[in-house]
Design a protein around this ligand. Structure first.
Ligand code: FEO
Length: 173
């Protein structure tokens, strides 16, 4: 049975993951209307992944005798000044999510909930990977700058990246 404080903290993270899914969905839409299908595809896949992160938490809360909450979400940013700005926001957002996960892990230690602490290790590892991907992409975008040809090639390459990650075996469960 989950302690009330743990259930609340986990439900807060359910909201963070759901909001992350919306953040990337908005980025996907913006890229799609700008005609950059590779970037859009990557962002749609990111949005789906965040929903998976949310569902994993939802199932854990319900299985442990809690009640997962579906709450109102903050509206995401829907327009961006540039692709560079959009990818900067992506990295910033992932750093924010990592901080939330770290706080959550700290609460489980304070409360001596070692099962939830163990469950959260998957998220700790996932955040390392997500931040690394966001940093790599941002480095590339910064190199491209305003070069339209470079952006065209980047859009083509990132499409390949999302195809590869969608066929890769699932890392969860
Ligand atoms: Fe679920 Fe990208 O953090």
């Amino acid at each position: 049975m989950l302690k009330e404080s743990i259930e609340k903290a986990l439900n807060d993270q359910v909201r963070v993951e759901a909001e992350s899914s919306q953040v990337y969905l908005a980025m996907a839409c913006w890229a799609e209307v700008k005609g950059l299908d590779g970037i859009a595809q990557f962002m749609f896949a990111q949005s789906d992944e965040e929903r998976e992160h949310m569902l994993k938490l939802v199932k854990y809360i319900n299985e442990r005798g809690g009640h997962a909450q579906v709450s109102a979400l903050a509206a995401p940013n829907v327009t961006f000044g540039s692709f560079q700005e959009m990818f900067e926001k992506l990295l910033k957002h992932e750093i924010f999510v990592s901080e939330c996960i770290n706080k959550l892990v700290e609460i489980t230690l304070d409360e001596k909930d070692f099962s939830t602490h163990n469950f959260l290790q998957w998220y700790v590892a996932e955040q390392i990977e997500e931040e690394a991907v966001a940093r790599t992409i941002l480095d590339k975008i910064n190199m491209i700058g305003d070069d339209k040809g470079g952006l065209y090639l980047f859009d083509r390459d990132i499409k390949q990246l999302s195809v590869e990650s969608s066929v890769a075996p699932p890392t969860q469960n």
